[in-house]
Design a protein around this ligand. Structure first.
Ligand SMILES: *[C@@H]1O[C@H](CO)[C@@H](O)[C@H](O)[C@H]1NC(C)=O
Length: 392
């Protein structure tokens, strides 16, 4: 390029100096990237207002094409409009998210350049309270509620209690204003308001705190906190509740539905013909407007053993090993005893174990017969037999 420009100068050397200067000036403009600027460089609007920026081309070879972008190369928001010649950017009905930098890029055959402008959007605070109300807490519990707000300029936060002018103790860290009680009392019940204020406006969010367990709150009691019953029997569990107004009593079972054969009447839960699977924790829940109270009954269902022999028939040759296992389900502990029907004692060398096994390492012809296992626990007993045949 530089070289060609020199050539031109030589070619037109015989022309007057004025013409020469003009020609070389035109040539250098024609080979130049655009120079753009944006006016105004910064603008501040309120939420809902509009703002425009104009991109001006100072110099550079024509034609210059103009493009608008967000500074981070994100696409323009959907409320941004660009005028027909590309120079005018208008943000209509500005939102808080429109705040930021906008970049105008000028492009021609020689290159590109850009200039930026900043849009500030002021807005009234937006407030968020966590956890949101209403908050039901038990008397004596620790409670804390966080209030956070966004807004421009940055809002100031405060907590107030409805119907009270008393100063509340709050804590502010990292733009979160927290109201807290190490242990709530019934008189702390009420409506609390978090207020966020900046010069665009004031916003508040209310949270209701209900302290349960005060005067009139239910207190449930069960007639027995633990009970052990025998399989097949009918069980009743009683629950009484104090409180005003008179609490409503419901029964449930921990992590399971109530047994199929149950009835509830006047706070009494009746389970007919209980099985082992009905063992577990039963919960009485007494509820009124002041709160609720739970009381628990742990029930165990005991069952007599039910025994089986494994195998229940076996054929062996003299010298083989005899292995029998007595199995039983029912409430623990279960004891096992082995006998041989019609014989006074067990063959010599018979070993038995606590968990119901019987072993004869080398059987003899005379060891055949019927072996009986009796499984017993504190409820009852059950027996099972195995037939042992020994043939040479
Ligand atoms: C007892 O009732 C209260 C209020 O209705 C409820 O929040 C709670 O989960 C209940 N408890 C059980 C174990 O069902």
């Amino acid at each position: 390029m530089q070289q060609r420009k020199w050539d031109y100068s030589v070619l037109i050397m015989d022309l007057s100096p004025r013409v020469l200067i003009l020609c070389s000036l035109l040539y250098s403009v024609a080979g130049q990237a655009p120079v753009v600027s944006v006016v105004p460089g910064a603008a501040t609007v309120r939420q809902g207002e509009s703002s425009s920026f104009r991109c001006q081309v100072g110099s550079g070879a024509q034609p210059v094409q103009l493009e608008w972008k967000r500074a981070n190369n994100q696409p323009l928001p959907d409320n941004a409009k660009i005028g027909p010649d590309g120079s005018l950017l208008t943000i209509a009905n500005a939102r808080p998210g429109n705040q930021g930098q906008y970049r105008c890029v000028g492009i021609n055959s020689a290159g590109r350049s850009s200039a930026q402008a900043v849009l500030n959007v002021k807005y009234a605070p937006k407030v968020r309270v966590t956890p949101p109300g209403p908050l039901r807490v038990r008397i004596g519990e620790a409670v804390s509620v966080d209030c956070q707000a966004t807004g421009r300029p940055r809002p100031t936060l405060s907590w107030k209690r409805q119907g009270s002018t008393l100063q509340l103790v709050t804590k502010e860290t990292n733009d979160v204003n927290t109201i807290q009680w190490p242990a709530v009392r019934p008189e702390d019940s009420g409506v609390y308001t978090c207020q966020a204020e900046n010069n665009e406006g004031m916003t508040e969010v209310k949270v209701e705190i209900i302290v349960e367990g005060g005067l009139g709150a239910p207190v449930a009691t069960v007639s027995a906190t633990e009970m052990t019953v025998v399989e097949g029997h009918t069980v009743t569990m009683e629950c009484q509740a104090s409180g005003s107004p008179s609490p409503v009593i419901t029964w449930s079972k921990l992590r399971a539905p109530l047994p199929w054969k149950h009835t509830v009447a006047g706070g009494v839960l009746t389970l007919t013909s209980v099985g082992r699977q009905d063992s577990g924790q039963y919960i009485c829940n007494a509820t009124n407007i002041h709160g609720y109270s739970e009381a628990y009954t742990q029930m165990e269902v005991d069952s007599p053993p039910y025994a089986t022999c494994l195998p229940d028939q076996v054929r062996l040759q003299p010298g083989d090993a005899l292995r029998l296992q007595c199995l039983a389900h029912g409430s623990h502990p279960i004891q096992f005893t082995w006998t041989r029907l019609g014989r006074a004692g067990m063959p010599a060398g018979t070993e038995t174990t606590k968990d119901g096994r019987l072993l004869i390492a080398h059987v003899r012809q005379s060891d055949g017969g019927t072996y009986k296992c009796v499984a017993s626990n504190h409820i009852g007993s059950s027996e099972a037999v195995a037939k042992v045949t020994i043939k040479a």
